[in-house]
Design a protein around this ligand. Structure first.
Ligand code: BES
Ligand code: MN
Ligand code: ZN
Length: 483
């Protein structure tokens, strides 16, 4: 990642491109404060130049103006902040859009009078590129980002760097294809990262999972030649205010299994997104030294069809001792998560947060951007509020009691899918709730849509892995740290 430094607004600007903010008003586009030194260098004619180019100031509008030797820097970039130009998220998006349009520039300076932390976060996220698999890997040109702001904002910029690091790691893991990222390699990478940061790691391989009777994880992983894993990472600060358990779905590829999928198969490399997000978030929480104990529990498996696959009608004995009838091998996430949740609650955490690309129904209900949040009501509201402060879209959803009846099985304690598809996101949440003890504040975040951007790049969001949810987890941990 490029480095970010804060510079006094009066300091001389040394950059290849300088970004200014453009606000949308009823009187047309206006410069956001912070742009004055740039405008002065251009003889006060910057707005005029932007208008000539058709600027409106709307979000995701990026316009480039060459300075033709009038300034020390060759290029000015106007980035739209929209009408509500003062929100932190508007600053993140505008900085992200600008940096996405500036690939190839080595030094970029932001002359926008907005929260430096938000600008840094947006700029770093917008500058992200996944190039590991390009044959002629070009070194990312961008080396330094400078932000005009007060020295008092340096701590915010440091936090933003840690957050952006976690989001970028999540994106990298999701974008890495399933022929290279499978349970064994994913677990090894997670262990390596955690040890580097001084966290405690435990990896259960297939033998250990058999010994431990993790029936859900073993069944889902049975069809693949790549055997499943369960990874546990813990962070223990000196005086924790609370203990947060993080669980994430780690299906490195979801073919559907014997109930083989017929559509969207390339999308299913993102089915380990929840696992990547909770691992990256735990690393960030540790780097921020938040006074919250964190224990990550991630089940990793590849859901494949073969002669050794689990089948529809199989009855599994889960890690908690209960039995589940398999109605559909494509509803595999809830099976691995049930075992992981049971393991996570053995540590007696104060809060449980679980992220998963669990249902296509999440996309039907909330669309591709909004995270569906379910679980215990108070903690669910806290998590939605954390998402709001982090600038991520999330919406609280109910877990209607009557949906439980659809999970009754004639032959086992539960079946993993009901006979109809109504409220599929909520049904999956209801299933997971069966493995959560009464009284534990738990939240289930269905991120099937937000995890992976199928459309074009926008604001600070690239195509492919997005990192959605990471900022919400970190913000929720910060809330627990505060008291
Ligand atoms: N991983 C999928 C959910 C998914 C769908 C994620 C689209 C991202 C985009 C999950 O394992 C799945 O297959 N869910 C089924 C559940 C059904 C069989 C009850 C679904 O949503 O169709
Ligand atoms: Mn599936
Ligand atoms: Zn899945």
């Amino acid at each position: 990642m490029p480095s970010v430094t804060v510079k006094a607004p009066t300091a001389p600007i040394r950059a290849d491109a300088v970004v200014v903010g453009v606000r949308k008003t009823n009187d047309g586009p206006q410069l956001v404060s912070g742009a004055e030194p740039v405008d002065t260098a251009l003889g006060g004619r910057l707005v005029e130049a932007l208008r000539t180019l058709g600027a409106t100031g709307r979000p995701d509008e990026v316009l480039k103006v060459p300075t033709l030797g009038l300034a020390d820097f060759p290029l000015v970039v106007g980035t739209g902040l929209g009408e509500d130009a003062t929100s932190a998220e508007a600053a993140r998006r505008a900085a992200g859009a600008a940096l996405r349009a500036l690939t190839g520039q080595r030094r970029v300076h932001l002359a926008i009078d907005a929260a430096a932390g938000a600008l840094a976060e947006g700029a770093l996220l917008g500058a992200y590129a996944f190039t590991s698999y390009k044959s002629s890997p070009t070194e990312p040109a961008l080396r330094t980002i400078t932000i005009a702001g007060p020295t008092s904002s340096r701590a915010d910029v440091r936090r933003a760097t840690i957050v952006a690091d976690a989001v970028s790691l999540t994106r990298d893991l999701v974008n890495t294809p399933p022929n290279d990222l499978y349970p064994e390699t994913f677990a090894a990478r997670a262990a390596e990262l955690a040890k580097e940061r001084g966290l405690t790691v435990e990896v259960l391989d297939e033998r250990a999972l058999k010994r431990g009777k993790f029936g859900g994880i073993l069944a889902v992983g049975a069809g693949s030649v790549r055997s499943p894993r369960l990874v546990r990472i813990s962070y223990r600060p000196a005086k924790p205010k609370a203990h947060l358990a993080l669980v994430g779905k780690g299906i490195t590829f979801d073919s559907g299994g014997i109930n083989l999928k017929t559509a969207n198969l390339t999308w299913m490399k993102s089915d380990m997104f929840g696992a990547a997000a909770v691992i990256a978030s735990a690393l960030a929480i540790a780097a921020l030294k938040l006074p919250v104990s964190v224990t990550v529990t991630v089940p990793m498996a590849e859901n494949m069809p073969s002669g050794t696959s689990y089948r529809p009608s199989d009855i599994l004995r889960m890690y908690d001792g209960s039995t589940v009838e398999v109605g559909d091998t494509d509803a595999e996430g809830r099976l691995v998560l049930a075992d992981a949740i049971t393991r996570a609650v053995e540590d007696e955490p104060d809060y449980l947060m679980e992220l998963s690309t669990l249902t296509g129904a999440q996309l039907v209900a909330l669309g591709p951007r909004l995270i569906g949040v379910m679980g215990e009501e108070r903690w669910r509201r806290e998590v939605v509020a954390a998402a709001d402060t982090a600038g991520e879209g999330a919406w609280g959803m109910p877990l209607p009691a009557e949906l439980r009846a659809g999970l009754d099985s004639p032959v086992a304690d539960l079946v993993n899918v009901p006979s109809d598809r109504w409220g599929g996101m909520l049904v999956a949440g209801r299933f997971l709730g069966e493995f959560v003890p009464d009284g534990l504040p738990w939240a289930h975040l269905d991120i099937a849509g937000p995890a992976f951007n199928q459309g074009g790049a926008r604001d600070y969001t690239p195509k492919g892995g997005t990192g959605a949810g990471v900022r919400t987890i970190i913000a929720a941990a910060e809330r627990l740290s505060a008291g």
